[in-house]
Design a protein around this ligand. Structure first.
Ligand SMILES: *[C@@H]1O[C@H](CO)[C@@H](O)[C@H](O)[C@H]1NC(C)=O
Ligand SMILES: *[C@@H]1O[C@H](CO)[C@@H](O)[C@H](O)[C@H]1NC(C)=O
Ligand SMILES: *[C@@H]1O[C@H](CO)[C@@H](O)[C@H](O)[C@H]1NC(C)=O
Length: 226
C-alpha cells in the first residue's frame, strides 16, 4: 500500500496509527434531521458516544462523494463492564448500493441472535434504503490503542459502505439494551491530525476511555416500557 516508504518511516507510521481526529457526541443528535455531520470522508475521525438512561439512537451523517467503499468501524473503549454492549449499526441513504453478500450475512446473523432479544429500530422516513448491521454475534474483536496516553479499545464491527451516486449517508447507532454505555465509530483513512472545529481535547478523550465514572458504566437503566 505504501511502496514508496522506506523502513525508517515505519516507526513513525506506527506512532500515528491511532491519530484519529477525536469528536465526542453531545447528546443532541437523536434524529435524521439533526445528525452529527462528518466533515468529510478523507480524514480519519473517531466519534465517541455516551448512552445514558434512556438509551437513544445516535445519528451521524456524511456526504459520500465517490463510488469507492468507505469503512465504518464500531467498537468500545477498553472497559470490561461494556465489552458485551452490542448496538446495531444502521446505514441509511437514497443512493446506497446494496452489497451482494448483505442478505446472506443478515440471514445468518438473525438466525444466530437470540429470539428473546427485542428488535429496536431507529425512526427512518420512507424512501430510504436501510442496511442493518447488528454487532451482536459479530466475531470481530480487534484491540488497538495509544499506549503513550493509556487509551485502548476494541473494534467489533467493520462495514464497507458504497454509494451508486454521490449522496448523503446516515450511520445510526441503535442500542439494543437500555443501559449506560459508550461506543465509538470511525470513518476516514488519512491519519493527519488537524485541530479542527469541535475536536475534543485530550483530557475529555482520556476520560471517555476511562472506566471511572458515576453512575457506573455498563449499569442497566430502568427496563424500557414497551
Ligand atoms: C469530493 O471529494 C474531493 C476529494 O476526494 C474533494 O476535493 C471535493 O471537494 C469533494 N466535493 C464535494 C462536493 O464534497
Ligand atoms: C485492555 O485493558 C486490559 C487491562 O488493563 C489490558 O490487559 C489489555 O491489554 C487492554 N487491551 C488493549 C487492546 O490494550
Ligand atoms: C472493506 O474493503 C476493504 C478494501 O477496500 C477490504 O480490505 C476489507 O476487508 C473490507 N471489509 C469488510 C468488512 O468487508
Amino acid at each position: 500500500m505504501f511502496p514508496y516508504l522506506s523502513l525508517s518511516f515505519l516507526p513513525l507510521l506506527a506512532a500515528i496509527a491511532t491519530a484519529h481526529r477525536p469528536h465526542i457526541d453531545d447528546g443532541t443528535h437523536t434524529s435524521m434531521s439533526n445528525a452529527w455531520i462528518w466533515p468529510d470522508t478523507i480524514y480519519a475521525r473517531d466519534y465517541m458516544m455516551n448512552f445514558e438512561c434512556p438509551s437513544l439512537a445516535i445519528f451521524t451523517k456524511v456526504f459520500i462523494n465517490d463510488t469507492s467503499p468507505h469503512t465504518f468501524n464500531l467498537g468500545v473503549p477498553n472497559i470490561t463492564s461494556i465489552y458485551d454492549f452490542r448496538p446495531t449499526l444502521w446505514i441509511v441513504g437514497k443512493t446506497l448500493s446494496i452489497p451482494e453478500e448483505y442478505h446472506k450475512e443478515q440471514a445468518s446473523k438473525h438466525n444466530s441472535a437470540s429470539t428473546e432479544v427485542p428488535r429496536f429500530t431507529p425512526y427512518i422516513p420512507q424512501g430510504f434504503t436501510t442496511l442493518e448491521y447488528p454487532s451482536e454475534g459479530s466475531s470481530l474483536w480487534h484491540g488497538g490503542g495509544e499506549s503513550s496516553v493509556g487509551i485502548s479499545f476494541y473494534t467489533y464491527l467493520s462495514v464497507n459502505v458504497t454509494v451508486e451516486e454521490p449522496g448523503d449517508v446516515w450511520a445510526i447507532i441503535q442500542p439494543t439494551e437500555n443501559r449506560r454505555a459508550r461506543v465509538f465509530i470511525t470513518l476516514g483513512h488519512n491519519e493527519q491530525r488537524g485541530d479542527e472545529d469541535g475536536e475534543s481535547n485530550q483530557l475529555d478523550m482520556e476520560a471517555w476511555h476511562s472506566p471511572t465514572s458515576w453512575p457506573r458504566i455498563g449499569s442497566k437503566c430502568e427496563p424500557w416500557g414497551i
